[in-house]
Design a protein around this ligand. Structure first.
Ligand code: 0GY
Length: 298
């Protein structure tokens, strides 16, 4: 049985977050969260760039219920590589209350894809953040897209804002729905109407198959907790311009946070600060994720 020691500088998730003051609408979806291990049952991948603390499905479901979410979209994290067993285990335990985004290799078999679909997987994630993975040539990702597009799956992409220009042609050529993690990681010290974020806005303006998660103020903010004030103009701009293509998630258990560990209750309280009306909140938290991940319920 494998035994894992979390990284020495790893910050554990908050075991006792505050109760949000903001009441989520019934049916709200936490559209970006992870499960880690437990490593003794679901070993971390040998190619991983970090070793986290375990964060189990039961802990995720307890947080879901405590914060007032109805459903989760669980995203495969790089510490598990293309071994989706922990994800599938969580999806099966959640019943119809979770969907998954997997990581697969270009050698994945049809049977493996069918089993992932059966478990609730509805997309793959391509991660281009170099501190997390060694990116591969475009042809590698295209081979995967050829395999997953017929299943109606989406592609989730994670990248740094500075890399968008280089990846533009690739992202804009994708035939599936594309969901960008964490607003394309803007540098929030730059102006919201500056070159860099304008490029991201243009990406969504010109390509209506591209969506954005307006998540992770804790990761993007330089002004820091509890307000994460510097992130608000970026998230709010996306919500107001693309109300039918934004999603929100906690990012629990917040991998690779270095400065502080967020209080998940305060993260939920951040939602009305970036989504000004009840109608828009309902759209982002319920209607949009349901359309994307549970279309059969629509
Ligand atoms: C996130 C962010 C991070 C990690 C991963 O898959 C991962 O390891 O996505 C990060 O370190 O920025 O969305 O969980």
């Amino acid at each position: 049985m494998a035994s894992f020691q979390m990284d020495a500088d790893w910050l554990r998730f908050d075991p006792a977050p505050s109760k949000p003051r903001y009441t989520l609408p019934p049916g709200a979806v936490d559209a970006h969260c992870h499960v880690f291990g437990p490593g003794e049952v679901f070993p971390y991948a040998s190619e991983r760039k970090y070793t986290p603390c375990d964060a189990s499905k039961d802990q995720l479901f307890a947080l879901r219920d405590f914060l007032g979410f109805e459903r989760n979209v669980i995203v495969q994290a790089t510490c598990h590589g293309a071994d989706n067993r922990a994800l599938v285990d969580a999806l099966k335990a959640a019943g119809d209350r979770a969907r998954g985004i997997a990581t697969v290799r270009d050698t994945v078999s049809d049977d493996e894809l069918a089993a992932l679909h059966e478990a609730g997987v509805r997309g793959v994630r391509f991660n281009f953040v170099r501190r997390l993975v060694d990116p591969k040539p475009d042809a590698y990702y295209r081979a995967i897209i050829d395999r997953i597009a017929p299943l109606g799956w989406q592609v989730v992409v994670y990248f740094e804002a500075a890399d968008l220009e280089e990846r533009w042609d690739f992202f804009t050529s994708l035939p599936t729905t594309v969901v960008v993690d964490h607003m394309g990681r803007p540098d929030v010290t730059k102006p919201v109407d500056g070159l860099e974020f304008s490029r991201f806005i243009r990406l969504l303006t010109e390509h209506d198959n591209i969506w954005s998660k307006v998540s992770c103020p804790e990761r993007l903010s330089k002004s820091g907790p509890p307000g994460y004030d510097d992130v608000i103009p970026f998230a709010r701009t996306l919500v107001e311009r693309f109300p039918d293509r934004v999603l929100w998630g906690t990012d629990w258990p917040h991998p690779n946070m270095k400065g502080h560990m967020p209080d998940d209750g305060l993260l939920v309280d951040f939602i009305p600060r970036i989504v000004p009306t009840a109608d828009l909140q309902l759209q982002m938290l319920v209607h949009n994720p349901m359309r994307l991940y549970w279309p059969e319920c629509g």
